[in-house]
Write a protein that binds this ligand. Structure first.
Ligand code: 5GP
Ligand code: ZN
Length: 112
């Protein structure tokens, strides 16, 4: 999608601090980290948000890749948080599906 910020990161038009990528997903550091380790994991194809995710295989792949990245970065035991914000009340500001992966501090509940 030509006017989508995260699609531009997939295409390389906008530089991302890439943590991992393959043919299906891209993971990069959030520009305003909310934890010592804050990564956004996105599908390379444009999907606006969780409401538009119908591909079960891709959804599972995103989850599995998140767990693998957290493990590789040493957070499997200490723990981490995954978040999908969806639309206005969910706090979504970028309308390309992304999973927040946060780790490196004690998280609190409920979220704000
Ligand atoms: P949302 O609020 O949609 O769930 O999350 C969007 C996230 O994208 C925010 O955490 C925000 O900091 C991050 N973000 C927005 N613009 C950029 C950017 O240009 N580069 C990177 N790396 N992250 C961005
Ligand atoms: Zn996009």
């Amino acid at each position: 999608m030509s006017d989508c910020l995260f699609c531009k990161m997939v295409s390389g038009d906008i530089k991302a601090d890439v943590v991992y990528q393959d043919d299906k997903v891209l993971a990069f550091r959030d520009i305003h980290p909310q934890a010592p380790w804050h990564v956004l994991l996105i599908p390379k194809q444009h999907i606006a948000n969780l409401n538009e995710l119908h591909n079960l295989e891709l959804g599972g792949y995103l989850l599995r890749t998140a767990a693998q990245l957290a493990t590789e970065h040493g957070f499997a035991e200490s723990g981490y948080r995954t978040v999908f914000n969806c639309n206005g009340d969910g706090g979504q500001t970028v309308f390309h599906l992304h999973m927040h992966l946060l780790a490196g501090r004690q998280m609190t509940w409920p979220p704000g």
